[in-house]
Design a binder for this molecule. Sequence first.
Ligand code: GDP
Ligand code: MN
Length: 388
Amino acid sequence: MNLHEYQSKRIFAQYGIPIPKGEVATTPAEARSVAEKLGGAVVVKSQVLVGGRGKAGGIKLAKNPDEAQARAADILGMNIKGLTVEKVLVDEASNIASEIYLGAVLDRSRRRVVLMASGEGGVEIEEVARTAPDKIITVAVHPFLGLRDYQARILAEGIGLPKEHTSAFIKVAKALYQAFVEQDAGLAEINPLVITGENQLIALDGKMVIDDSALSRHPDLAEMADKSTEDASEQEAKAEGLSYIKLDGEIGCMVNGAGLAMATMDIVKYYGGSPANFLDIGGGASAQKVTAALRIILSDPHVKAVLINIFGGITRCDEVAKGFLEAINTLKVDMPFVIRLVGTNEKEGRAILEEADLQNILTATSLADAAQKAVQAAATQSGKGASA
Ligand code: GDP
Ligand code: MN
């Protein structure tokens, strides 16, 4: 789950990282009153969950409350990379002398949290990594020892930070690491961390990505979720207890078990098709869950055929077959379905499908056979689409 800049910065502040004074506004009038309260120049910042807002025109300076109101009116409702701006953060403006990048990220190959710093702050770090990788300094943190002062010093020296800022920088780096660990983040990033004209170190921008699987431990964070950026189908899937990830292909996949779902996607690709989604209905899925899963798959307009691959264990094939027929009846679709049911109650499951005698259902016994049939069916459907 991604947190907005204002949410991330508030968390950073709780750990002692200096941030500019500021408040969120949802209307130009509110932005004006925040600016009045702050006094002096402010920066009006769109709160959308994408990077590069500055370049996209979503960050504007304002010298006084009048201007703050006008800039907020420009920015609210703006579309930035497909997202509509519903909130702005009005922060007191900073006088920037230089911009630094500082981030904490989980490095799976090193099995450590890694802190990264760069003197090239303010621009996207991916860009720095591509064009000047030597400008990024990293240290890996020992999980029991935590970030040590000397490691933060390595970062400070590596980016050529003036010595007078070293101790403030160490505090910020340790606080960022602490926030990362305690909040179960996958990423915690300050870009830019600036040195101001008044020689202060302050976090101007903030970004945190929280591990979704840890949200049960952080009800306060779970509440901050910005539903507007979550895919509607993914939200519905979450509510039904299904693991669903939308992809770009044409073959909808409904599978029980994450490993089997991956194998199914691989074999679809192997036979020249492309999966429209990853969907694990889990063990012991009821007819109701199956219906919900199919509704979600079919809500994707790119889907041309559906491959159902069930390995019955706790999940019973007859339950899946019932759920499937229920779904077909309520959703009224004539799309081709390829169904492979093996394991617990497979005979009963197949009998239920045969009895229904539907034209658009193909059955398969092996996974290879099922994948080939699904790829073929999707290709035929595409052909129809093109000539229609
Ligand atoms: P991003 O573009 O989405 O990463 O948004 P940022 O919050 O990082 O802002 C982008 C850039 O706007 C920063 O790198 C700064 O150069 C500039 N900026 C942001 N806040 C201020 C401010 O208070 N004063 C000044 N002068 N520039 C700012
Ligand atoms: Mn930024």
